[in-house]
Each structure stands twice: as structure tokens, then as C-alpha cells.
Design a protein around this ligand. Structure first.
Ligand SMILES: [Fe+2]
Length: 299
């Protein structure tokens, strides 16, 4: 598969799983107008044929050096796919926060409130002190290793996975849902390494109730959203990970939360995408953070 075709497949998968019902695959997507600016080919010849792809959740210079060493050791690797963005993708992460706004609107948040919070997070992310996000690109360029990141398209796959998983389960107790999530292979593998899913429970909650799945949109949500979600009738938030301010805001809003694990959830999305690549004949080499589980073979 050509390097560019892997990228296009990633964007297409993102669109197919996009929570925005008005996203039109044909109109919205062209390489000139990438709908997910946090995902792009960082470096590498677009026409290069890729047979062996190294896939990691994070990317930094040490991962590029690891790959270079593996190549020296005789392992065939033609390119690196990272989930988390780097370089221009990371500088542009504010451009995907609009997905969070759409998700809030779908949950019933008033348009003026959603827009106000969206603009606040967008501005904060844009003004955030900019670090040197280009080091992985520099390293990959110097070593001649193609590098790409696919962030929001993969998070959209994760969002869709959990929407399907929880469908028609409103009446179940949060503890029962937790047991089910613990059985997801990626969550099981993460748990074995000490990174297990957990719940924060509103003591008054009898079941998971009306839930809000929060797996896409680039960055941590603003603390203010939790009170508003509670006001619209949401009982439980389902996410991968939250910062401590978010967790305090969730608790203070008397919401329950199901926290499924960052690396486990990102692995679910990457695995579903890697299964698609394997069908095209690509060999996947698991890198840092990826709990590889092949759904192709089991179904
Ligand atoms: Fe992530």
C-alpha cells in the first residue's frame, strides 16, 4: 500500500465514524481540505510502498531511534504510524475541538453555552505555550523514516465503538458495565500492566442511566461542561482519561464516570484500523503503548 493510501484510509475511517451526522464523505474530504488537521503525513514520500508498519500510540525522538535500531537489527519497517499527533498535527489540535461542541449539542447542551465553551477551549489551546513539537519530524527526516499521525480519525472509531457497546444498556448498574469493559481485550491487557478501568460513582445513581460518551475532540473537556451535562439529564460520563480538575468537576456535578483507560482505548481504535490495513496485506509491528489485539482473526 502506498504511504498516501494509508493516510487516505485513515481519514476515510475517521469520516465513517464521525459523530457529526452532517459530515459528507464525498464533499468534505479531499487531500487539500483535510477535515482532521491533527492527522497528517509528517514526512516520507507519498508514493512509497509500505509493507511493514510500526504502530505506536505516542511518538517522540526515542521511538524514532528505537525504530532505527530495530531496522539495524534486521526487522523490516517501512514507516511509523503514531496515534498521538506531533509537529504540525499537534500545533493544529485546536482545529478538532469542534467535535466536542457537536457532541455537547447532541447531548442537549444549549447552543449558546456550547459555543461559548468551545471558543474558550479553542482559544486556550491556540494560545498554549508552544513547545518544540517538531523534534520527531526532524529525527525521522534525518534517519529517512516515513512518519504519519492519525489522531481524531482513530478517536472517532473509539467513540463509535463505545456508542455501540453501551447501546440499550441504560438500565444496567455502572458496576456491571465496568465488568463488561474489563473484558475488552485491550482493557484486560492494560489491567494486567496495572492500568485498569475504574468508576467514579454518584452514590445516588441506581444505573448508568443517560450517558455521554467522550472519546473524541482532541483535548480534555472544559470543567464547566460537566455541570451543564448534568443539567441536561446526563447521569454518567464515559471517557478514556480525565485530568484532576475534570475529575473534581465530575464529582462536584454529581455525575458518575466510567474511565476506561487511555492506552487501552487508544489501542482499541488503532487495532480496528490496523485490522483494516492487515486486510490490505500490511504487516503491523506493535510499538510503545499499543496493546495489539486482532479482531480479524477472532470474528
Ligand atoms: Fe490519546
Amino acid at each position: 500500500m502506498k504511504w498516501i493510501n494509508i493516510f487516505e484510509k485513515g481519514i476515510k475511517s475517521g469520516l465513517e465514524n464521525d459523530l457529526r451526522s452532517d459530515v459528507d464523505n464525498r464533499i468534505f474530504y479531499s487531500l487539500e481540505k483535510n477535515p482532521y488537521p491533527d492527522s497528517l503525513i509528517i514526512t516520507g514520500d507519498r508514493e512509497k510502498i509500505i509493507k511493514n508498519l510500526f504502530v505506536s500510540i505516542d511518538i517522540d525522538v526515542s521511538v524514532i531511534l528505537l525504530v532505527n535500531q530495530l531496522i539495524k537489527n534486521g526487522i523490516k519497517i517501512d514507516g511509523i504510524l503514531s496515534h498521538h499527533p506531533t509537529g504540525k498535527g499537534l500545533y493544529s489540535i485546536n482545529e478538532v475541538i469542534c467535535l466536542q461542541r457537536e457532541n455537547w449539542l447532541k447531548a442537549g447542551i444549549k447552543e449558546t453555552d456550547a459555543q461559548k465553551l468551545y471558543e474558550k477551549v479553542y482559544r486556550e489551546e491556540k494560545l498554549d505555550t508552544r513547545g518544540n513539537y517538531n523534534s520527531p519530524e526532524n529525527a525521522a527526516d534525518l534517519l529517512g523514516i516515513p512518519l504519519m499521525c492519525l489522531h481524531t480519525p482513530i478517536d472517532n472509531i473509539i467513540q463509535d465503538f463505545f456508542e455501540k457497546l453501551l447501546k440499550n444498556k441504560k438500565e444496567l448498574k455502572i458496576e456491571d458495565i465496568l465488568e463488561e469493559i474489563k473484558e475488552i481485550p485491550e482493557c484486560k491487557m492494560a489491567s494486567e500492566k496495572g492500568d485498569e478501568p475504574f468508576i467514579i460513582k454518584n452514590p445516588r445513581a441506581k444505573s448508568i442511566g443517560k450517558y455521554f460518551i467522550d472519546m473524541t475532540g482532541g483535548v480534555d473537556p472544559p470543567d464547566e461542561i460537566f455541570k451543564l451535562l448534568k443539567k441536561t439529564g446526563i447521569d454518567t460520563i464515559v471517557g478514556m482519561h480525565y485530568n484532576s480538575d475534570n475529575i473534581n468537576a465530575i464529582t462536584n456535578s454529581r455525575l458518575s464516570a466510567m474511565i476506561c483507560g487511555h492506552m487501552a482505548c487508544d489501542s482499541i481504535g488503532m487495532n480496528i484500523f490496523c485490522d483494516l490495513l492487515e486486510k490490505e496485506g500490511i504487516n503491523i509491528i506493535s510499538g510503545p503503548g499499543l496493546y495489539r489485539y486482532k479482531r480479524n482473526e477472532k470474528n
